[in-house]
Design a protein around this ligand. Structure first.
Ligand code: ZN
Length: 476
């Protein structure tokens, strides 16, 4: 296609950050609002979130959870009940000090996360082993007063789900923590076509108040990592702070074992940065609000629009189909829907109608395919599946090319500069080494992957005996 049709998007290799900003705005995902760091999610962006949300919500329910809704405000005294938790969140909470013109007797926090609200509620409703497990989830907005913000990746307010569960035993809570991590991995890999590394966060990187945090990490096009979902095992820490106890079968009082897990609108940022290209978004078919966009050619000619609408009606059985019958030029439409990352464009004009065929154009490869009308439904379904797996495989190949091994600090530094991505390196388990690696290279520990490899006997930083292999990377 002629260059002049391409909307003005910065090339991703030239300036990845600017490319990202161009895409989120030009693909009509968001608009900026007058409050710094907050964004308006526009209909196209929200339709995308809705699809992701529905896929995840179905799996949350299938694994036995119920949706609830907690209040937006948290009294200051409640937030302060768990020491580590409040320390972790205090620097970025938004305070409500007045109601109308009256100063409040106790300040309120706009929820940055809802652990303490669930704990307060669980204390009231959990009494006996018969009340367990409690498997609750909420879809909500939360507020964190971030200093540096970017649409979807870090905003003052974002949308998410937070699961909060209470169990009789530590093993039950652990099983739940991993079950939900696997649900996140499934949505990321199967729906968003984003391959993930599953593992545990280090002590330094774990959630404030958790006993252990598990994560799914993905790698963006520019070689930076993005934490794409986390699942926390709380042990009995919160239960002790809040007095959440149940009577077991022997009549003894026990603290419950809790978990929490969260998945946010950040994943839209991941989707953009994993699959996007210089023409804009590329959305995997399973996540795409519109999978096929019909663009009639020479639509003023008799019969073309009727034919195109008939096609839309018949294809709606097999895919999410839309049609653009506006009077804008086909070239404008091609660009617009490439920018929006719609997986397949279907072109149909007078000649196609005469020849009983249509033209399909893949967004991922831009390949044009002429398909006879009588094979269209079958071919279209095949093509959508093929695009879905092609995007996953491309992302996996990119991650593999950008995953390196480092045995020494100079190696770690050089590799990060020469080939930004995941660096696998051994670690002794000491905070000092983790901090030194961050200071010297800018890379943070992303996770201790479940799939361990023995790359060497020694810590990459201090040379002492290594305990774990860790994935390191610069991260969003
Ligand atoms: Zn070390």
């Amino acid at each position: 296609m002629a260059k002049e049709f391409v909307k003005d998007v910065t090339s991703m290799d030239e300036d990845f950050a600017q490319w990202y900003t161009d895409v989120v705005t030009k693909a009509d995902l968001i608009d900026y609002s007058s409050v710094r760091g907050s964004m308006i999610i526009r209909p196209y962006g929200y339709a995308l979130w809705d699809n992701i949300k529905n896929e995840l919500d179905r799996r949350i329910k299938e694994t036995g959870h119920e949706n609830v809704y907690m209040p937006l405000f948290i009294p200051e005294s409640l937030l302060q009940k768990e020491k580590d938790h409040v320390e972790g969140f205090a620097p970025e909470v938004a305070w409500v000090t007045h109601g109308g013109s009256e100063e409040l007797a106790e300040r309120l926090v706009v929820r940055p996360t809802s652990e303490v609200l669930f704990c307060e509620h669980y204390k009231n409703i959990i009494h006996s082993y018969r009340d367990l497990p409690k498997l609750y989830n909420q879809w909500a907005n939360v507020v964190r007063w971030e200093k540096t913000t970017r649409p979807f990746l870090r905003t003052l307010e974002f949308l998410w789900q937070e699961g909060h569960t209470a169990h009789a035993t530590d093993e039950d809570a652990m099983e739940e923590t991993i079950r939900m991590l696997n649900v996140y991995a499934e949505v990321l890999e199967d729906i968003l076509a984003i391959p993930v590394v599953k593992g545990q966060k280090t002590e330094k990187e774990k959630f404030a108040g958790a006993k252990a945090t598990f994560t799914v990490e993905s790698l963006m096009h520019d070689g930076k990592a993005l934490q794409s979902g986390t699942s926390h095992h709380f042990g009995t820490g919160f239960a002790e702070a809040f007095g959440i106890q149940y009577t077991d079968k022997d009549g003894k009082l026990q603290h419950v074992h809790q978990t929490s897990w969260g998945f946010t609108t950040r994943v839209i940022g991941a989707l953009i940065m994993v699959h996007g290209d210089d023409r804009g978004l590329v959305i995997p078919p399973k996540a795409a609000p519109t999978q096929v966009m019909i663009v009639p050619i020479a639509q003023h000619k008799e019969g073309v629009l009727d034919f195109a609408y008939d096609l839309k009606n018949s294809l709606e059985k097999v895919a999410r189909v839309d049609i653009d019958a506006s009077d804008k030029k086909p070239g404008w439409k091609f660009n617009e829907y490439e920018m929006k990352g719609i997986p397949v464009r279907l072109e149909v004009g007078p000649k196609d109608i005469e020849n009983k065929q249509v033209v399909l154009v893949r967004r991922d490869t831009l390949e044009k395919i002429v398909v006879p009308m009588d094979q269209l439904e079958t071919k279209l379904v095949e093509l959508l599946n093929e695009i879905q797996s092609n995007l996953y495989n491309k992302a996996l190949q990119h991650r593999e090319e950008r995953t390196s091994v480092a045995l020494t600090m100079p190696e770690l530094k050089e590799t990060l500069d020469a080939k930004p991505g995941f660096i696998k390196a051994m670690w002794c388990g000491e905070l000092a080494c983790e901090e030194k690696i961050k200071e010297d290279t800018g890379a943070t520990s992303r996770c201790i992957p479940f799939e361990q490899e023995q790359l060497s006997e020694k810590c990459v930083c201090c040379g002492k005996d290594a305990k774990h292999m860790v994935y390191w990377a610069k991260a969003y």
